[in-house]
Design a protein around this ligand. Structure first.
Ligand SMILES: Cc1ncc(COP(=O)(O)OP(=O)(O)O)c(N)n1
Ligand SMILES: Cc1nc(C(=O)O)sc1CCOP(=O)(O)O
Ligand SMILES: [Mg+2]
Length: 531
């Protein structure tokens, strides 16, 4: 064995040296055109059942569009029943693997999983000092999701003293957080915030404390402490036995999003939504006979077969010209809902909301089903205002709710992770909550006074700006907007403002196509001028 290792060193060193010079030598040459892929290196244990560990990391990164190389720290024998054996690799082997990858492959982000000894942690920290990367994501694997202890107590000090000070984000579950904090009891969300702040003192730039095991909670609540704020992130608790590897997957998915250029907040939100979707799609999967099965990381490859999610992810640019119907207006002008929808699609609307306050349920479902067919043929999403039941009945693309409608977290539970949820917000506090609750976009208004919605508070352009500046979600402006003032709205140029939502300026007019086209050309002009 020793001879083999020596042979490896002898043959590999010159190759490593040459390769490590390739990227710098390529700068400015024709080789620049080689396509780069976001690259995550996972430093973790192998799971023979492939639900967690290195295998989960590779699949999760692949699903996010990132390349994932792997340094194996231990080989575990495990299945859906339990962990039957853990065989740590020698520190020298871990060091060799790290050098092989980091010296050659332009890694963007390193993600860690099982680090079986303080020695391996030290080897990793030394390697990261020698080959710095853009970000370090630490999943402090100490106890498997099945409850098996995976590392010795002595390793915890290594995490605290060596690795966490180098981490951009650390993602403990409740048991791991408690272990890092010497056995602190964590039973409430307030405890979680306190614990996240304590862990932050070890040096990571962000702490994501996962509350999946929190007692008495119907939601999956995580807290993210970024050194200033403790954000409560609510997600869906998917009822399934197939949760093996969720921690590894979440951390890898965060790493992949960071490698693609996301901020920490965006990366965490995207990763949470990916894990939720994967669990949802895999909830009835039957692999293994134990209590905890793996899930399907690559479900999106098959999503079209599952016939339930034609929009795997929301495109914020769809908010550009948002048409919101009103049956009263359309009736006055002698057109049906479907005629109105077809007309605004012909004029270039990019997303439609059926806001039919007076419609009887049966008529509403029938009209929504027909409108969905039409929208499908234009490739434009169709949302339903207020009525989650109607959205479910016709399999619409999503729902728009206001502050006094069903709460976003409940809507999400009912319509599932792949659908779009919009929420009306008038203040930065509303916007923060919308994001934490898992909405996809914000409708902010009334920007101007309107007759379409009774007793609507006007927030003005300043209110719109305040919401947009604080929002982590894309925003569409609404209320009294039409061809005469859309320019002034979009020229605010605030980040996150993606478009305008309009009712009367399209539907309380004789020709919907003409009005939609007129508005669209104004929006396009502003977009071209501010490019
Ligand atoms: C895009 C968009 N933004 C805001 C609203 C208003 O929703 P809500 O506050 O629930 O009021 P109603 O539309 O239900 O009267 C919206 N519908 N669309
Ligand atoms: C439905 C709605 N929501 C608003 C809000 O402020 O959240 S204003 C509004 C009515 C928008 O109609 P019009 O384009 O005819 O002014
Ligand atoms: Mg409403």
């Amino acid at each position: 064995m020793a001879a083999l290792v020596e042979l490896f060193h002898f043959h590999s060193s010159p190759i490593l040296q040459r390769r490590s010079h390739v990227p710098a030598a390529m700068a400015g040459s024709g080789e620049d055109r080689r396509r780069r892929m976001p690259h995550v290196l996972t430093v973790a244990g192998s799971d023979s059942g492939a639900g967690a560990g290195v295998q989960a990391d590779i699949k999760a990164c692949g699903a996010a569009g990132a390349y994932c190389s792997s340094v194996v720290t231990a080989v575990t024998a495990q299945n859906t029943v339990s962990v039957q054996g853990v065989h740590p690799l020698p520190e020298d082997s871990v060091r060799d693997q790290l050098r092989s990858v980091l010296s050659d492959m332009a890694v963007d982000v390193v993600k860690t999983g099982m680090l079986p000894s303080p020695g391996v942690i030290k080897v990793l920290c030394d390697s990261l000092r020698e080959f710095p990367v853009q970000a370090l994501v630490v999943d402090p694997v100490m106890v498997s999701t099945s409850g098996d202890r995976l590392t010795s107590h002595s390793t915890i000090a290594g995490y605290r003293n060596e690795l966490l000070p180098m981490a951009d984000i650390v993602t403990p579950n409740l048991k791991e957080a408690s272990a890092l904090l010497g056995g602190m009891s964590l039973v409430t969300v307030a405890d979680m915030c306190t614990a996240a702040k304590e862990i932050y003192k070890f040096g990571p730039r962000n702490v994501l404390l996962k509350g999946g095991d929190l007692p008495d909670s119907s939601d999956a609540i995580d807290v993210l402490f970024d050194g200033e704020n403790c954000h409560e992130l609510r997600g869906l608790r998917i009822k399934t036995r197939n949760t093996h590897g969720t921690g590894c997957t979440l951390a890898s998915s965060i790493a992949a999003e960071l490698a693609k250029g996301s901020s920490i907040l965006q990366a965490v939100q995207a990763a949470k939504s990916y894990v939720e979707s994967a669990l949802h799609y895999s909830k009835d999967l039957a692999i293994g006979h134990g209590p905890q099965g793996p899930f399907d990381h690559l479900f999106r490859l098959k999503a079209h077969d599952l016939n339930s999610d034609r929009k795997p992810s929301f495109n914020a640019n769809d908010l550009f010209l948002y048409a919101v119907t009103d049956s009263g207006m359309n009736k006055r002008w002698g057109r049906s809902i479907t005629e109105a929808v077809k007309a605004c699609l012909d004029g270039g609307a990019t997303i439609i909301q059926l806001r039919e306050k007076e419609a009887e349920t049966r008529n509403f479902v029938e009209a929504a089903t027909m409108c969905l067919e039409i929208c499908l043929s234009y490739g434009v999403p169709l949302l339903i205002n207020d009525r989650v039941d109607v959205a479910l009945a016709c399999n619409a693309d999503g729902v728009h709710v206001g502050q006094s409608d069903m709460p976003v977290s409940m809507v999400r539970k009912l319509i599932g992770p792949g659908k779009i949820i919009g929420v009306s917000c008038k203040t930065p506090a509303h916007a923060e909550k919308a994001w934490a609750d898992g909405a996809d976009y914000i409708g902010c208004g009334g920007v101007f006074p309107t007759n379409t919605k009774a007793n609507n508070l006007t927030v003005g352009l300043d209110g719109l700006k305040a919401v947009c500046l604080s929002s982590k979600l894309p925003v569409v402006a609404i209320g009294g907007i039409g061809a005469g003032n859309a320019r002034s709205v979009m020229e605010t140029g605030v980040p996150k403002l993606k478009g305008v939502a309009v009712v009367s300026a399209l539907f309380d007019r004789e020709c919907v196509v003409t009005e939609t086209r007129r508005l669209r050309s104004i929006l396009l002009e502003v977009a071209a001028a501010t490019k």
